[in-house]
Ligand binder design. Structure first.
Ligand code: KIV
Length: 276
């Protein structure tokens, strides 16, 4: 089965909304794709929701590639985008091309995502020129949360809105195939969406972007630690899983599990012969 292509994603601009979601393993990739998700981002949010770090900075290329390969094995149709982790691209175009290439060559991805605007535009351009499609990511860029003064909505004042505008222009110029806008006021995201010739994907960017993206664990209620305002949670899997595991614990303690239907049998003759 052929995967959805970048030109097909781009053709959706202003037409049908693009549905994107993060995935980190075979199960999340398969379930998301079966439900109709078209773009799977192997997000560096794995650092937090899978590996338990406080932020996204510690995750390495090697760890990201393990997740990317699992997502590639779990999906057939979705476009898979590998998220370039902190310090895998900021050091310069050579290292950026090398690491981005690893997502395609070893990770089974079709594109990569790079955080940042004007300041990384040259690096993004080099990666694109190497033949590696790039999804840009501006607004709240979690790898820069410390420099941004925390996890805050971006583009609320004139200076910051103008900066976002310049970031979007610089990345379009650099050749990104689509632009992710994170934590941006809805009207500003709408203006950027109208202005750029490529699709925008929003997370906390209101309803006017060309598509939406969320973190898998937030959508299915697997991440009870923190729920940002922009998340809509469609299931409460954490409590459902806890309920199931508590029932298992109870059944084992009470010797109710395994029952006859979950046990294997041996013929009475063999058993008799054993005692001889
Ligand atoms: O890593 C991530 O989950 C992201 C989000 C913006 C989707 O980059």
């Amino acid at each position: 089965m052929a995967r959805i292509t970048i030109p097909e994603i781009q053709a959706r601009k202003g037409q049908e909304p693009i549905v994107a979601l993060t995935a980190y393993d075979v199960v999340s990739a398969k379930l998301a794709e079966e439900a109709g998700v078209e773009l799977l981002l192997v997000g560096d949010s794995a650092a937090m929701v899978v590996l338990g770090h406080e932020d996204t900075l510690p995750i390495t290329m090697e760890e990201m590639l393990v997740f990317a390969r699992a997502v590639a094995r779990g999906s057939e149709k979705a476009l898979i985008v590998g998220d370039m982790p902190f310090l895998s691209y900021q050091t310069g175009p050579g290292e950026a091309i090398f690491n981005a290439g690893r997502f395609l060559k070893e990770g089974g991805c079709q594109a990569v995502k790079i955080e940042g605007g004007e300041e990384v535009a040259q690096i993004v351009e080099a990666v694109v020129k190497a033949g590696i499609p790039v999804l840009g990511h501006i607004g709240l860029t979690p790898q820069r949360a410390s420099a941004l003064g925390g996890y805050k909505v971006q583009g609320r004042d004139l200076e910051s809105a103008r900066k976002l505008w310049r970031d979007a222009e610089a990345l379009v110029e650099a050749g990104v195939f689509a632009l992710l806008l994170e934590c941006v006021p809805a009207e500003l995201a709408q203006k950027i969406t109208q202005k750029v010739p490529i699709p925008t994907l929003g997370i906390g960017a209101g309803p006017h972007t060309d598509g939406q993206i969320l973190v898998f664990h937030d959508v299915v209620g697997l991440w009870p630690r923190f729920r940002p305002k922009f998340v809509r949670t469609y299931a409460q899997l954490a409590s459902e899983i806890r309920r199931a595991v508590e029932a298992y614990v109870r059944d084992v303690k009470e010797r109710d599990f395994p029952g006859p239907e979950e046990s294997f049998k041996i013929s009475p003759e063999v058993l008799k012969d054993l005692d001889r």
